[in-house]
Design a protein around this ligand. Structure first.
Ligand code: KIV
Ligand code: ZN
Length: 385
Protein backbone atom coordinates (compact mmCIF):
# COMPACT_ATOMS: atom_id res chain seq x y z
CA UNK A 1 0.00 0.00 0.00
CA UNK A 2 1.20 3.54 -0.76
CA UNK A 3 1.57 5.93 2.11
CA UNK A 4 -0.27 9.14 2.95
CA UNK A 5 1.91 11.53 4.92
CA UNK A 6 0.30 13.04 7.99
CA UNK A 7 1.23 16.69 8.52
CA UNK A 8 0.07 17.75 11.95
CA UNK A 9 -0.62 21.45 12.40
CA UNK A 10 -2.09 21.32 15.92
CA UNK A 11 0.75 23.54 17.14
CA UNK A 12 0.27 26.13 14.39
CA UNK A 13 -3.24 26.24 12.88
CA UNK A 14 -4.67 24.40 15.89
CA UNK A 15 -3.19 26.98 18.19
CA UNK A 16 -4.77 29.70 16.03
CA UNK A 17 -8.15 28.65 17.49
CA UNK A 18 -9.37 31.55 19.58
CA UNK A 19 -8.42 30.84 23.19
CA UNK A 20 -6.07 27.93 22.53
CA UNK A 21 -2.74 29.57 23.25
CA UNK A 22 0.09 27.28 24.38
CA UNK A 23 3.46 28.14 25.91
CA UNK A 24 6.75 26.69 24.68
CA UNK A 25 6.88 23.88 27.27
CA UNK A 26 3.29 22.86 26.49
CA UNK A 27 4.07 22.87 22.79
CA UNK A 28 7.12 20.71 23.39
CA UNK A 29 5.06 18.24 25.41
CA UNK A 30 2.54 17.94 22.58
CA UNK A 31 5.33 17.68 19.98
CA UNK A 32 6.87 14.78 21.91
CA UNK A 33 3.50 13.04 21.94
CA UNK A 34 3.07 13.71 18.20
CA UNK A 35 6.41 12.00 17.65
CA UNK A 36 5.12 8.94 19.56
CA UNK A 37 1.94 9.12 17.52
CA UNK A 38 4.11 8.81 14.41
CA UNK A 39 3.16 11.92 12.44
CA UNK A 40 5.44 12.59 9.49
CA UNK A 41 5.59 16.37 9.83
CA UNK A 42 4.97 18.66 12.80
CA UNK A 43 4.14 22.26 11.94
CA UNK A 44 5.52 23.68 15.15
CA UNK A 45 4.51 27.31 14.72
CA UNK A 46 4.81 30.60 12.87
CA UNK A 47 8.14 31.94 14.14
CA UNK A 48 7.79 35.59 13.04
CA UNK A 49 4.55 36.09 14.99
CA UNK A 50 6.04 36.36 18.50
CA UNK A 51 9.25 35.73 20.44
CA UNK A 52 7.40 32.97 22.34
CA UNK A 53 6.44 31.16 19.16
CA UNK A 54 9.96 31.52 17.80
CA UNK A 55 11.35 29.93 20.99
CA UNK A 56 8.78 27.13 20.85
CA UNK A 57 9.69 26.22 17.25
CA UNK A 58 13.39 26.38 18.09
CA UNK A 59 12.96 24.16 21.16
CA UNK A 60 10.95 21.59 19.23
CA UNK A 61 13.51 21.66 16.40
CA UNK A 62 16.27 20.92 18.93
CA UNK A 63 14.42 18.24 20.90
CA UNK A 64 12.14 16.31 18.55
CA UNK A 65 14.31 14.50 16.07
CA UNK A 66 12.29 11.92 14.14
CA UNK A 67 9.58 13.88 12.28
CA UNK A 68 10.14 16.78 9.91
CA UNK A 69 9.77 20.05 11.85
CA UNK A 70 8.09 22.80 9.87
CA UNK A 71 7.75 26.54 10.43
CA UNK A 72 5.31 28.81 8.64
CA UNK A 73 6.30 32.00 6.79
CA UNK A 74 4.50 34.55 4.62
CA UNK A 75 6.13 35.24 1.26
CA UNK A 76 8.17 37.98 2.92
CA UNK A 77 11.97 37.88 3.39
CA UNK A 78 11.86 38.62 7.14
CA UNK A 79 9.39 35.77 7.74
CA UNK A 80 11.49 33.27 5.85
CA UNK A 81 14.72 34.29 7.54
CA UNK A 82 13.07 34.11 10.95
CA UNK A 83 11.57 30.70 10.22
CA UNK A 84 15.00 29.40 9.22
CA UNK A 85 16.59 30.88 12.34
CA UNK A 86 14.12 28.87 14.44
CA UNK A 87 14.43 25.69 12.39
CA UNK A 88 18.10 25.47 11.57
CA UNK A 89 18.98 22.97 14.32
CA UNK A 90 16.22 20.55 13.31
CA UNK A 91 17.24 17.09 12.11
CA UNK A 92 14.71 17.49 9.26
CA UNK A 93 13.67 21.13 8.75
CA UNK A 94 10.95 22.38 6.42
CA UNK A 95 9.96 25.96 5.59
CA UNK A 96 6.32 26.48 4.63
CA UNK A 97 5.78 29.60 2.49
CA UNK A 98 2.30 30.90 1.72
CA UNK A 99 0.62 33.69 -0.20
CA UNK A 100 -3.00 34.23 -1.21
CA UNK A 101 -4.04 33.30 -4.73
CA UNK A 102 -7.79 34.01 -4.85
CA UNK A 103 -9.08 37.21 -6.45
CA UNK A 104 -10.92 38.24 -3.29
CA UNK A 105 -7.77 37.90 -1.16
CA UNK A 106 -5.43 39.47 -3.73
CA UNK A 107 -7.66 42.51 -4.28
CA UNK A 108 -8.99 43.12 -0.77
CA UNK A 109 -6.54 41.58 1.63
CA UNK A 110 -2.98 41.66 0.31
CA UNK A 111 -3.70 44.27 -2.42
CA UNK A 112 -1.43 42.71 -5.02
CA UNK A 113 -1.85 41.88 -8.69
CA UNK A 114 -1.52 38.37 -10.07
CA UNK A 115 1.90 39.26 -11.47
CA UNK A 116 3.09 40.49 -8.09
CA UNK A 117 1.84 37.36 -6.36
CA UNK A 118 3.55 35.18 -8.96
CA UNK A 119 6.83 37.04 -8.54
CA UNK A 120 6.74 36.99 -4.74
CA UNK A 121 5.88 33.30 -4.65
CA UNK A 122 8.76 32.42 -6.98
CA UNK A 123 11.40 34.56 -5.30
CA UNK A 124 10.40 33.70 -1.74
CA UNK A 125 10.35 29.97 -2.43
CA UNK A 126 13.81 30.40 -3.96
CA UNK A 127 14.94 32.31 -0.85
CA UNK A 128 13.66 29.52 1.42
CA UNK A 129 15.36 26.98 -0.82
CA UNK A 130 18.68 28.71 -0.25
CA UNK A 131 18.36 27.59 3.40
CA UNK A 132 17.03 24.05 3.06
CA UNK A 133 15.82 21.56 0.45
CA UNK A 134 12.46 20.75 1.98
CA UNK A 135 10.10 23.57 0.95
CA UNK A 136 6.32 23.60 1.09
CA UNK A 137 4.27 26.20 -0.73
CA UNK A 138 0.59 27.07 -0.10
CA UNK A 139 -1.56 29.28 -2.33
CA UNK A 140 -3.93 30.52 0.37
CA UNK A 141 -7.65 30.29 -0.46
CA UNK A 142 -6.77 27.92 -3.32
CA UNK A 143 -10.27 26.47 -3.47
CA UNK A 144 -11.68 29.92 -4.40
CA UNK A 145 -8.87 30.75 -6.83
CA UNK A 146 -9.02 30.78 -10.63
CA UNK A 147 -7.70 27.28 -11.49
CA UNK A 148 -5.80 28.54 -14.55
CA UNK A 149 -3.88 31.03 -12.40
CA UNK A 150 -3.34 28.37 -9.77
CA UNK A 151 -1.79 25.97 -12.29
CA UNK A 152 0.71 28.62 -13.46
CA UNK A 153 1.56 29.63 -9.89
CA UNK A 154 2.19 26.03 -8.87
CA UNK A 155 4.32 25.37 -11.95
CA UNK A 156 6.44 28.44 -11.12
CA UNK A 157 7.04 27.51 -7.48
CA UNK A 158 8.02 23.96 -8.38
CA UNK A 159 10.62 25.45 -10.74
CA UNK A 160 11.77 27.66 -7.87
CA UNK A 161 12.30 24.61 -5.61
CA UNK A 162 9.03 23.77 -3.82
CA UNK A 163 8.86 20.07 -3.00
CA UNK A 164 5.37 20.00 -1.46
CA UNK A 165 2.39 21.89 -2.88
CA UNK A 166 -0.28 22.36 -0.29
CA UNK A 167 -3.78 23.17 -1.53
CA UNK A 168 -5.76 24.85 1.24
CA UNK A 169 -9.51 25.12 1.49
CA UNK A 170 -8.82 28.08 3.74
CA UNK A 171 -12.40 29.07 4.51
CA UNK A 172 -13.95 25.58 4.44
CA UNK A 173 -16.00 26.41 1.36
CA UNK A 174 -15.35 23.38 -0.84
CA UNK A 175 -17.62 20.39 -1.45
CA UNK A 176 -15.87 16.98 -1.58
CA UNK A 177 -16.53 16.17 -5.27
CA UNK A 178 -15.53 19.69 -6.31
CA UNK A 179 -12.37 19.66 -4.18
CA UNK A 180 -11.43 16.25 -5.59
CA UNK A 181 -11.81 17.70 -9.12
CA UNK A 182 -9.53 20.60 -8.18
CA UNK A 183 -6.78 18.17 -7.16
CA UNK A 184 -7.30 16.13 -10.32
CA UNK A 185 -7.12 19.34 -12.40
CA UNK A 186 -3.82 20.25 -10.75
CA UNK A 187 -2.40 16.83 -11.54
CA UNK A 188 -3.48 17.11 -15.15
CA UNK A 189 -2.55 20.73 -15.84
CA UNK A 190 0.65 21.48 -13.94
CA UNK A 191 3.34 20.07 -16.26
CA UNK A 192 6.07 19.52 -13.62
CA UNK A 193 3.68 18.27 -10.91
CA UNK A 194 5.48 14.93 -10.56
CA UNK A 195 8.43 16.71 -8.96
CA UNK A 196 6.32 17.60 -5.89
CA UNK A 197 3.99 15.98 -3.37
CA UNK A 198 0.41 17.28 -3.41
CA UNK A 199 -0.88 18.11 0.05
CA UNK A 200 -4.29 19.33 1.24
CA UNK A 201 -5.33 21.53 4.13
CA UNK A 202 -9.08 21.64 4.73
CA UNK A 203 -11.01 23.76 7.18
CA UNK A 204 -14.25 22.62 8.72
CA UNK A 205 -16.58 25.63 8.39
CA UNK A 206 -19.26 23.48 6.74
CA UNK A 207 -18.27 20.30 8.56
CA UNK A 208 -16.52 18.87 5.51
CA UNK A 209 -12.84 19.11 6.45
CA UNK A 210 -12.34 15.36 6.66
CA UNK A 211 -14.55 14.54 3.66
CA UNK A 212 -12.72 17.09 1.49
CA UNK A 213 -9.32 15.73 2.58
CA UNK A 214 -10.34 12.19 1.70
CA UNK A 215 -11.77 13.25 -1.68
CA UNK A 216 -8.39 14.86 -2.36
CA UNK A 217 -6.58 11.65 -1.44
CA UNK A 218 -8.77 9.77 -3.92
CA UNK A 219 -7.65 12.24 -6.57
CA UNK A 220 -3.91 12.25 -5.98
CA UNK A 221 -3.08 14.10 -2.74
CA UNK A 222 -0.40 12.26 -0.76
CA UNK A 223 -0.12 14.50 2.29
CA UNK A 224 -2.99 15.55 4.54
CA UNK A 225 -2.75 18.47 6.96
CA UNK A 226 -4.84 18.08 10.07
CA UNK A 227 -5.04 18.73 13.81
CA UNK A 228 -5.85 16.64 16.86
CA UNK A 229 -9.51 16.95 17.85
CA UNK A 230 -9.93 19.11 14.72
CA UNK A 231 -9.02 22.29 16.59
CA UNK A 232 -8.06 25.31 14.53
CA UNK A 233 -9.03 28.70 13.18
CA UNK A 234 -12.86 29.28 13.42
CA UNK A 235 -14.59 25.86 13.13
CA UNK A 236 -11.21 24.16 12.97
CA UNK A 237 -9.31 21.88 10.62
CA UNK A 238 -9.77 18.33 9.39
CA UNK A 239 -9.32 16.13 12.47
CA UNK A 240 -6.26 13.88 12.43
CA UNK A 241 -8.06 11.05 14.21
CA UNK A 242 -10.86 11.09 11.63
CA UNK A 243 -8.61 11.17 8.57
CA UNK A 244 -6.33 8.44 9.92
CA UNK A 245 -9.09 6.12 11.11
CA UNK A 246 -11.10 6.59 7.90
CA UNK A 247 -8.05 5.62 5.82
CA UNK A 248 -7.46 2.64 8.08
CA UNK A 249 -11.02 1.43 8.61
CA UNK A 250 -11.83 1.84 4.91
CA UNK A 251 -8.51 0.67 3.49
CA UNK A 252 -10.66 -1.51 1.22
CA UNK A 253 -11.78 1.74 -0.43
CA UNK A 254 -8.68 3.93 -0.19
CA UNK A 255 -5.85 1.38 -0.29
CA UNK A 256 -3.41 3.64 1.58
CA UNK A 257 -1.67 3.43 4.90
CA UNK A 258 -0.31 6.08 7.24
CA UNK A 259 2.63 5.83 9.61
CA UNK A 260 0.40 6.62 12.57
CA UNK A 261 0.59 4.47 15.68
CA UNK A 262 -3.17 4.58 16.15
CA UNK A 263 -3.01 3.29 19.72
CA UNK A 264 -1.57 6.68 20.70
CA UNK A 265 -4.57 8.60 19.30
CA UNK A 266 -6.66 8.73 22.44
CA UNK A 267 -3.74 9.75 24.66
CA UNK A 268 -2.73 12.47 22.17
CA UNK A 269 -6.28 13.77 21.94
CA UNK A 270 -6.62 14.03 25.75
CA UNK A 271 -3.27 15.78 26.08
CA UNK A 272 -4.27 18.45 23.54
CA UNK A 273 -7.61 18.89 25.26
CA UNK A 274 -5.99 19.24 28.69
CA UNK A 275 -3.32 21.72 27.59
CA UNK A 276 -5.56 23.90 25.41
CA UNK A 277 -8.51 23.71 27.81
CA UNK A 278 -10.77 22.75 24.88
CA UNK A 279 -13.27 20.10 25.94
CA UNK A 280 -14.06 17.36 23.44
CA UNK A 281 -17.73 17.05 22.54
CA UNK A 282 -19.11 13.67 23.74
CA UNK A 283 -20.17 12.64 20.23
CA UNK A 284 -16.85 13.60 18.59
CA UNK A 285 -15.90 10.92 16.03
CA UNK A 286 -13.19 8.50 17.22
CA UNK A 287 -12.19 10.31 20.46
CA UNK A 288 -15.45 11.55 22.00
CA UNK A 289 -16.57 10.03 25.31
CA UNK A 290 -19.53 8.40 23.58
CA UNK A 291 -17.66 7.18 20.49
CA UNK A 292 -17.55 3.62 21.85
CA UNK A 293 -20.49 3.68 24.25
CA UNK A 294 -23.78 2.01 23.41
CA UNK A 295 -27.06 2.87 25.06
CA UNK A 296 -29.95 1.50 23.07
CA UNK A 297 -31.16 -2.03 23.87
CA UNK A 298 -30.92 -3.20 20.27
CA UNK A 299 -27.35 -1.97 19.88
CA UNK A 300 -26.28 -3.33 23.26
CA UNK A 301 -27.75 -6.70 22.44
CA UNK A 302 -25.86 -6.72 19.13
CA UNK A 303 -22.55 -5.73 20.70
CA UNK A 304 -22.89 -8.42 23.39
CA UNK A 305 -23.37 -11.00 20.65
CA UNK A 306 -20.62 -9.65 18.41
CA UNK A 307 -18.91 -6.24 18.71
CA UNK A 308 -18.80 -5.64 14.97
CA UNK A 309 -22.59 -5.57 14.70
CA UNK A 310 -22.54 -1.93 15.81
CA UNK A 311 -18.83 -1.07 15.99
CA UNK A 312 -16.74 -0.41 12.91
CA UNK A 313 -13.50 0.13 14.85
CA UNK A 314 -12.04 -1.76 17.77
CA UNK A 315 -11.61 0.81 20.57
CA UNK A 316 -8.20 -0.72 21.36
CA UNK A 317 -6.98 0.40 17.93
CA UNK A 318 -7.22 4.02 19.07
CA UNK A 319 -5.97 3.38 22.60
CA UNK A 320 -9.30 3.06 24.41
CA UNK A 321 -9.41 -0.03 26.64
CA UNK A 322 -12.90 -1.24 25.75
CA UNK A 323 -16.27 -0.12 24.53
CA UNK A 324 -18.97 0.17 27.15
CA UNK A 325 -22.66 -0.41 27.47
CA UNK A 326 -24.33 2.46 29.23
CA UNK A 327 -27.40 1.59 31.21
CA UNK A 328 -30.35 3.83 30.56
CA UNK A 329 -34.06 3.59 29.77
CA UNK A 330 -33.33 2.11 26.33
CA UNK A 331 -31.23 -0.76 27.67
CA UNK A 332 -32.57 -4.29 27.40
CA UNK A 333 -32.55 -7.36 29.65
CA UNK A 334 -29.40 -8.72 28.06
CA UNK A 335 -27.28 -5.69 28.83
CA UNK A 336 -28.75 -5.38 32.31
CA UNK A 337 -27.98 -9.04 33.06
CA UNK A 338 -24.41 -8.64 31.82
CA UNK A 339 -23.94 -5.56 33.95
CA UNK A 340 -25.26 -7.34 37.05
CA UNK A 341 -22.82 -10.17 36.45
CA UNK A 342 -19.97 -7.66 36.15
CA UNK A 343 -21.07 -6.17 39.47
CA UNK A 344 -20.98 -9.64 41.03
CA UNK A 345 -24.74 -10.39 41.24
CA UNK A 346 -26.14 -13.76 40.26
CA UNK A 347 -29.93 -13.44 40.60
CA UNK A 348 -32.52 -16.12 40.08
CA UNK A 349 -35.12 -15.54 37.36
CA UNK A 350 -37.71 -14.05 39.67
CA UNK A 351 -35.32 -11.63 41.43
CA UNK A 352 -33.87 -10.63 38.10
CA UNK A 353 -37.35 -9.77 36.72
CA UNK A 354 -38.09 -7.58 39.72
CA UNK A 355 -34.68 -5.90 39.60
CA UNK A 356 -35.08 -5.26 35.88
CA UNK A 357 -38.47 -3.65 36.40
CA UNK A 358 -37.12 -1.48 39.22
CA UNK A 359 -34.20 -0.49 36.99
CA UNK A 360 -36.54 0.54 34.14
CA UNK A 361 -38.63 2.64 36.53
CA UNK A 362 -35.51 4.37 37.80
CA UNK A 363 -34.06 4.90 34.30
CA UNK A 364 -37.24 6.71 33.29
CA UNK A 365 -36.61 9.23 36.03
CA UNK A 366 -32.82 9.48 35.99
CA UNK A 367 -30.49 10.38 33.12
CA UNK A 368 -27.51 8.40 34.37
CA UNK A 369 -28.06 5.16 36.21
CA UNK A 370 -24.84 4.52 38.11
CA UNK A 371 -23.43 1.27 39.46
CA UNK A 372 -24.25 2.54 42.93
CA UNK A 373 -27.91 3.00 41.89
CA UNK A 374 -28.00 -0.55 40.60
CA UNK A 375 -26.41 -1.99 43.71
CA UNK A 376 -28.94 -0.10 45.81
CA UNK A 377 -31.94 -1.22 43.83
CA UNK A 378 -30.85 -4.87 43.76
CA UNK A 379 -30.25 -4.78 47.51
CA UNK A 380 -33.70 -3.25 47.98
CA UNK A 381 -35.40 -5.92 45.82
CA UNK A 382 -33.59 -8.74 47.61
CA UNK A 383 -34.50 -7.26 50.98
CA UNK A 384 -38.20 -7.13 50.14
CA UNK A 385 -38.44 -10.76 48.87
O1 KIV B 1 -5.89 27.78 5.95
C1 KIV B 1 -4.88 28.14 5.34
O2 KIV B 1 -4.91 28.54 4.17
C2 KIV B 1 -3.62 28.12 6.07
C3 KIV B 1 -2.38 28.33 5.26
C4 KIV B 1 -1.38 29.14 5.98
C5 KIV B 1 -1.83 27.01 4.79
O3 KIV B 1 -3.59 27.80 7.25
ZN1 ZN C 1 -5.47 26.80 7.84
Amino acid sequence: MDKIKIFDTTLRDGEQAAGASLNAQEKLEIARQLEKLGVDIIEAGFPITSPGDFEAVKLIAQEVRTPVICGLARAIPADIDRAWEALKEAAHPRIHVFISSSEIHMVHQIKKSREEVMELARTMVARAKSYTDDIEFSPMDASRSDPEFLYKLLEAVIDAGATTLNIPDTVGYAIPSEFGELIKGIRQNVPNINKAVISVHCHDDLGMGTANSLAAVKNGARQVECTLNGIGERAGNAALEEVVMALRTRSDFFNFETGINTQEIYRSSRLVSALTGFAIQPNKAVVGENAFRHQSGIHQDGVIKMAKTFEIMDPKEVGIQASSLVLGKLSGRHAFKQHLTELGFDLNEEDFDRAFKAFKDLADKKKDVTDRDIEALVAEELRTT
